[in-house]
Design a protein around this ligand. Structure first.
Ligand code: ATP
Ligand code: LTN
Length: 365
């Protein structure tokens, strides 16, 4: 039997022939983002701060959205719960307007190239560099540093792999993720200079402060699934009665005037931001409409506006969840689409670092 031989010339040809995973010149720019499947429902902050923006972006960009389930096991997880949350998150993306015909939507663990590229990137990341990531510091403190896994430590490097595989120009995320996008830029630049031009260096597209939603009970802290009490949270999948009750009990202040003042009136300002985010009306117009009215009026109207807006999203999400096989099919289709790009990038990366081309019959790598 003759074994296939690999020479430097072969490797060079492979590199030249590597299918380019970048968007073709003159076509739409690519953006990529993801939200962890770490809760039973997305909250209004995830919706207004991220999802609404994604839905808008899929019209203008070649958009890639995914559910980072590999990231979700960096802290201890319950397997059945993770599987459920992955579907719930996907169902909410789609119910909230992510259109699988306009973008690429998939689950991270179904595209093995993420873990494969992460290994290569692990090997060009400095230990000190990874130690400076603030999310790791925060989370390892929260869970106790003895409990923190090595996976949690290398979380940002997996995130860099998520990004760089797809060669996106932009990564729409909240301010808290800026440092991770910066790391992916640094790794792209480092890899390109060591091994030749391979990765697009991505830009963070940071959401505007105006899209930030605060906790209804503690309006100086952001609305977050890890809040101490659920009363400040509006979940997309909650019963509308609970949502209305939480809005009506939102913390305001001792004054009576409805105006936007983040500093001195954080509670009222947050309600106005939510009103504006849902209705599409500018805050000034809402303030003008409520001149002379009481906080109670604003809350009652907002409760109705939010519950009516969320009702069809909740309904559609439940329809998807009632037919998980159909949802899994949509996600598998998304993973196939994603792999076309991801495998091209990974093939190029493997050749550049000096891995032999695979000459067997079990898939391409
Ligand atoms: P955690 O409670 O663990 O911090 P989270 O509920 O804040 O999580 P993430 O998974 O960190 O949510 O974020 C997913 C996306 O939602 C990110 O793009 C993030 O910027 C956005 N996001 C989260 N919370 C808010 C918020 N309160 N206002 C606006 N955007 C938000
Ligand atoms: N760490 C992000 C989720 C995430 C992500 C990504 C976002 C994982 N990989 C790649 C953008 C691009 C978060 O917690 N929001």
């Amino acid at each position: 039997m003759t074994l296939p031989s690999t020479t430097e010339a072969d490797a060079a040809t492979l590199m030249q022939n590597a299918p380019d995973s970048r968007p073709a010149p003159g076509t739409k720019q690519r953006v990529l983002s993801g939200m962890q499947p770490s809760a039973d429902s997305l909250h209004l902050g995830n919706y207004l701060g991220a999802l609404v923006n994604w839905v808008r972006m899929q019209e203008e960009y070649d958009a890639v959205f995914f559910i980072p389930d590999l990231h979700a096991i960096t802290v201890p997880q319950d397997p059945a719960e993770l599987a459920h949350r992955t579907r719930v998150t996907a169902a909410q993306y789609i119910a909230g307007g992510v259109d699988v015909d306009k973008c690429t939507l998939f689950v991270q663990s179904q595209v093995p190239e993420h873990a494969q590229l992460a290994w290569v990137l692990n090997c060009i990341t400095g230990f000190g560099e990874a130690s400076r990531m603030t999310q790791f510091k925060d989370k390892s403190l929260r869970h106790g540093s003895d409990q923190a896994s090595v996976g949690l430590f290398t979380y940002p490097i997996l995130q860099a792999a998520d990004i760089l595989l797809y060669q996106p120009q932009g990564v729409p995320v909240g301010e808290d993720q800026r440092q991770h996008v910066e790391l992916s830029r640094d790794l792209a630049i480092r890899f390109n200079s060591r091994f030749g031009e391979t990765f697009t260096v991505p830009e963070p597209f940071i959401q505007k402060e105006s899209a930030k939603i605060y906790d209804l009970q503690n309006p100086v802290g952001k609305m977050s699934k890890s809040a101490e009490s659920p009363n400040g949270l509006i979940n997309l999948l909650d019963d509308p009665k609970i949502t209305a009750k939480r809005i009506k009990s939102a913390v305001t202040d001792a004054e009576t005037e409805i105006r936007f003042d983040r500093e001195n009136k954080p509670g009222v300002s947050n309600l106005l931001t939510i009103y504006s985010g849902i209705s599409g009306l500018p805050v000034e117009k809402i303030v003008a409409d409520y001149e002379g009215k009481m906080y109670g009026h604003l809350k009652v109207d907002l409760a109705e506006l939010v519950t009516e807006h969320l009702a069809p999203i909740r309904e559609r999400a439940h329809e998807f969840l009632a037919d998980p096989a159909e949802l899994d099919k949509l996600l598998a289709h998304g993973a196939d689409k994603a792999r076309e790009i991801a495998s091209a990038t990974l093939r190029d990366v493997y050749a550049r670092v000096g891995f032999l081309p695979y000459a067997g019959t079990q898939g391409s790598l």
